[in-house]
Design a binder for this molecule. Structure first.
Ligand code: SAH
Length: 467
């Protein structure tokens, strides 16, 4: 068989860092995408995929290093895939995040923006994540060096993150700099306990083994939730392990477990059993408390979420006579945050459990002017719904990555609110939706918000004013 030809392209200048965290260069007419390079680098690339207008490749050698580079602090950089931009200075990460939003809105969506506000940086660029999900696997991801060291191949257990491209391969994490440092210590303690007690790690192919997942969440109030997921019930061993964790970490305020006998990792359809402490942790924003249960949604950066919601409130300019619709309300966080400024807030969300949390969050804070509905947005937002709940003067919308269904955009246009604040975690779909709204609405302001330093993710907050 003929050996596949290797195409190496040399001396390519990296000019951009795009969405999906890819570095971008040009090879003749074609755009080249690759990982781990930084704009300003000059590199040699091994091509791995060639298409008509673009190709993909692997970084072979950096010929000249960009002055936008910095040394990643994490030893797992380049393998883990979580922090694709940790090798880029933070000020430049911000620049390219803003550029992604700008390119999507102006170039792709072709929408005219009256005012761009500078991207809002995150005050803490490490240890900002309040939620971590670690997996146990008996197939450890081996680096090239591991494979050359016979001893390294003996212990194949790993507790950490899935590493692409194979789902069952897990990186055995030593450090992760995204959550507070206690999250690392808890994971390491669990790992040492499992080793000392010869507990079996899960095998994702044969579905055998005992330890499956470890979830760690925290709040800015200093509350800590640890949730251990076991593949089957073994009371003696489970009690021993959870007692060990509880004794080692008095900081844990909610210690819980789940028995997951299913083939998939989803736990939201399973009972969560409380071992010690409270069934939830509490987050607080401007004195408003939010209960966070083991499967509740809450934005993952507790500090920056406050900046995001304050920006939403600033854009919304809510008056005491306003009826506000908070679409895709999740656990009603924005709705409850702005309730005191409005006459009434109507939240809509399709996860029933989240709506229950939203109602409870209002009750817990003595907020009486909110109402929440569960259901699919395109079906819930009918003229009848608007008659019942009142025509909104302000709409806040925070859809998932896919953006809004065209029927939802239509209904929004028909409702004719004066102001719309559109919060998006994917400016490409926000651009598509804004293009549909631009006949009826002026896009007054846009501000990107960085909630996730070192990753390519960026929030985009847009204010639309009725023409
Ligand atoms: N605004 C919230 C959560 C936003 S996440 C906050 O800041 O915390 C987006 C939410 O949209 C999720 O809770 C998701 O369950 C909900 N969602 C996704 N598709 C939906 C649909 N078709 N109809 C209603 N809600 C939907």
């Amino acid at each position: 068989m003929r050996k596949k030809e290797r195409t190496i392209i040399e001396d390519i200048l990296i000019t951009d860092a795009g969405s999906e965290g890819m570095a971008v260069g040009h090879w003749g007419e074609k755009v080249v995408f690759l990982r781990n390079a930084v704009p300003g680098d000059v590199v040699d690339i091994l091509l791995t995929r060639q298409k008509k207008s673009f190709c993909e490749g692997r970084l072979l050698k950096v010929k000249s290093y960009s002055d936008k580079r910095t040394t990643p602090i994490c030893e797992h950089f380049g393998v883990c895939g979580g922090c694709k931009w940790q090798n880029m200075l933070y000020e430049h990460q911000l620049f390219f995040k803003q550029k992604v939003v700008k390119d999507n809105l102006e170039r792709i969506g072709k929408v005219e923006i009256m005012e761009w506000l500078p991207i809002l940086p995150c005050p803490e660029i490490f240890h900002y994540r309040n939620k971590m999900e670690y997996s146990f696997s008996n197939v450890r991801y081996l680096t090239k060096e591991d494979m050359e060291t016979p001893d390294e191949k003996k212990n194949m257990n790993a507790l950490g993150f899935h590493v692409s491209p194979s789902f069952y391969r897990v990186l055995d994490l030593e450090h992760c700099y995204l959550p507070p440092e206690l999250s690392d210590r808890i994971r390491m303690c669990v790992r040492e306990y499992a080793l000392a007690n010869k507990l079996e790690y899960y095998d994702m192919r044969s579905h055998e083994g005992y330890l499956r997942n470890l979830f760690v969440r925290s709040s800015s109030m200093g509350h800590w939730m640890v949730n251990m997921v076991f593949a089957y019930d073994d009371k003696t061993s489970r009690d021993a392990m959870l007692s060990h964790i509880a004794n080692a970490f008095p900081e844990i305020t909610s210690l819980m477990y789940v028995i997951n006998e299913k083939k998939n990792d989803v736990i939201s359809d399973l009972p969560v059993e409380l071992f010690k402490g409270d069934p939830y942790i509490v987050e607080e924003l401007e004195g408003i408390k939010f209960k966070i249960g083991p499967v509740s949604f809450f934005q993952t950066n507790s500090t920056q979420v406050l900046a995001l919601y304050r920006l939403v409130r600033e854009f919304a300019e809510i008056k005491s006579t306003d009826v506000v619709y908070d679409l895709y309300t999740g656990t009603g966080t924005i709705a409850n945050f702005i309730a005191k400024d409005a006459d009434r807030v109507v939240g809509v969300e399709y996860v029933k459990a989240a709506v229950d949390d939203a109602i409870e969050n209002s009750q817990m804070n003595g907020i009486t002017n909110t109402v929440f509905y569960d259901g699919d947005m395109a079906k819930v937002l009918t003229p009848e719904f608007v008659r019942q709940n009142g025509k909104p003067s302000v709409i806040i919308t925070d859809p998932p990555r896919a953006g809004m269904h065209p029927d939802v955009v239509d209904q929004i246009i028909r409702m004719g609110a004066e102001r719309i604040v559109y919060v998006s975690c994917n400016s490409a779909t926000q651009a598509r939706d804004a293009a549909l709204l631009k006949e009826n609405y002026t896009i007054a302001k846009v501000r990107a918000v960085d909630m996730f330093p070192h990753t390519q993710h960026v929030e985009s907050v847009m204010l639309l004013i009725k023409k």
